[in-house]
Design a protein around this ligand. Structure first.
Ligand SMILES: [Zn+2]
Length: 130
């Protein structure tokens, strides 16, 4: 059986081994991936991952309606309070920090309230140009 010599998709060195191999090494596979997805995208993906995790936790603890929860419960499970998508600022209470369609309002140093996005919030999203 004869066939064309297959080569690494990154460095073009000849490939040996399994027929479906595309790279000669893990290093070449990673280098090729990084070429296709530059660091910028990696940064974006990292932040999206954090936001999605935050949302997942909020949804888990409060699938519908408001739920009070200890801050430590969320942070122990990996909630990252530094990341959110937008801020709803009611006149009479602390801001709501939303992760997509779920958010939290800080009640005290130890407790927060999980809230669900409501259409009326839209008008009062915080903006640097009110
Ligand atoms: Zn290679």
């Amino acid at each position: 059986m004869s066939h064309l010599q297959r080569t690494c998709m990154h460095c073009n060195r000849p490939l040996v081994g399994r027929a479906d191999r595309k790279f000669c090494s893990t290093a070449c596979r990673t280098a090729h991936h990084n070429q296709l997805h530059p660091n910028k995208d990696v940064e974006i993906q990292k932040i999206i991952k954090i936001l999605k995790k935050n949302r997942k936790l909020l949804k888990y603890f409060s699938p519908n309606g408001k739920t009070t929860i200890r801050r430590s419960t969320l942070s122990d499970l990996g909630y990252d309070f530094r990341y959110f998508t937008h801020v709803y600022k009611p006149q009479s209470s602390n801001p709501y920090y939303l992760c997509f369609d779920y958010g939290i309002m800080v009640i005290s140093n130890e407790k927060c309230l999980i809230v669900n996005y409501q259409p009326y919030m839209e008008e009062k999203f915080w903006s640097p140009y009110p």
